[in-house]
Design a protein around this ligand. Structure first.
Ligand SMILES: [Fe+2]
Length: 382
């Protein structure tokens, strides 16, 4: 199942600068050729403030576009109409802000607006003259190294990715200090997304020797860091959490994900719920269901069992309790809502399970699950 002896590629074209304080290097990284910088930031701009101050302090001309929520079709097109020939787009914020910046750089380079039907877009493959720099301020999505941007299309009640080489940032600056100001609920959801991504990449049916080597040590690291940044954060934990997020982005771009992300993509569009919270709620039922469907002794079963044992080590279940219940209890204690509280009605489970099974992320799930298994995952996550 896991093609260790099969040919594989490694894609990570982004130049990555990681470490506490690295955001201060941004003016030097963009250089003097950055004559017109467009900074894409979150609604309040607070998280991007150190970056903006560093750029302006170095004498750069910086205009700003705010992205208060997940980018939607009209918002992207409105921002494109305001773009004034930037030499550099710097996206500094959470995953939604990074996706907005990536979309603006790619579409701006190609000189096209977003159509209602993304199939009408030209291939976003141009070698950009607009330089694209991603500076995440949450430890979660890994979007600083991936080739897609998720756009909400309200008329279709769907969140649809645009993707292509033009969306891959040229530079990623991952500074754990920037993530420390995120609200607790954002830190929790982002961290659960990162942990889910690294686990789904490790168990993916398209895992490679490269993604396996990247993910295996990060799974326990990320689980411990998640606990620490939400309970008693310190600088080392923030650094580990950001490394988990970055690793998960590199891995998922090379291996794909699984059923938890397939379902989360559907539920995110249908319920409007936060991606990370959905991933956290779906992770444990997905692992249990995948384990039940994986052949004993198979590589998939071995990897799933490894992930479960790492979760048990980080979040021990009570003696005699069901495996993984310790992690679930911890999530509950952190106030993570169940799917019913996020808006899922029981009478929609069959419909959404079918959509989840058909989602692109689900194609790389550890095992090929029937729709009934996707329905069970949703039922167990209510
Ligand atoms: Fe994710």
């Amino acid at each position: 199942m896991f093609p260790a002896a099969q040919p594989f590629g490694i894609s990570c074209p982004t130049s990555i600068h990681f470490g506490t304080g690295r955001a201060r290097d941004l003016p030097a990284l963009v250089g003097q050729e950055a004559t017109r910088i467009l900074l894409v930031q979150g609604g309040s701009g607070l998280a991007a403030q150190p970056v903006l101050a560093a750029l302006r302090g170095a004498g750069h001309d910086v205009s700003i576009i705010s992205c208060p929520g997940e980018p939607d079709l009209d918002g992207v097109n409105a921002a494109l109409s305001k773009m004034d020939g930037p030499t550099h787009v710097i996206a500094c914020g959470g995953g939604a802000v990074l996706d907005m910046g990536k979309a603006l750089a790619a579409l701006g380079e190609h000189g096209v607006d977003l159509p209602e039907d993304f199939d009408r877009l030209p291939p976003l493959t141009a070698r950009r003259t607009i330089r694209l720099i991603a500076v995440p301020t949450t430890a979660g999505t890994g979007a600083e190294v991936t080739a897609n941007a998720v756009i909400d299309v309200p008329s279709k009640r769907a969140k649809i990715s645009i993707r292509g080489p033009a969306l891959v940032p040229d530079i990623a600056v991952v500074d754990p200090a920037l993530a420390q100001s995120a609200p607790a609920a954002v830190t929790l959801a982002s961290g659960l997304d990162a942990v889910t991504q690294v686990i789904e990449s490790y168990t993916s049916s398209a895992a490679t020797p490269f993604t396996s080597a990247l993910c295996r040590p990060v799974i326990p690291l990320g689980l411990r860091a998640l606990r620490c940044v939400t309970d008693a954060p310190d600088d080392a934990a923030w650094s580990d959490m950001c490394w988990t997020s970055l690793s998960s982005g590199i891995a998922l771009a090379n291996s794909g994900l699984g059923a938890a992300h397939g379902l989360a993509s559907i539920l995110g569009a249908q319920l409007g719920a936060a991606h990370g919270a959905l991933c956290g709620r779906l992770l444990l039922p997905t692992l249990r269901t995948n384990r039940a469907h994986a052949v004993t002794g198979s590589e998939a079963r071995t990897r799933i069992d490894h992930c479960i044992s790492e979760i048990e080590a980080a979040f021990p279940s009570s003696p005699g309790a069901e495996p993984l219940s310790g992690f679930g209890t911890w999530m509950n204690g952190k106030g993570l809502p169940g799917l019913s509280a996020l808006g899922l009605k029981g009478d929609r489970i069959t419909e959404l399970a079918d959509l989840g099974r058909a989602a692109s992320s689900s194609r790389k799930n550890a095992v090929d699950l029937p729709s009934t298994a996707y329905a069970k995952i949703l039922q167990d996550a209510l």
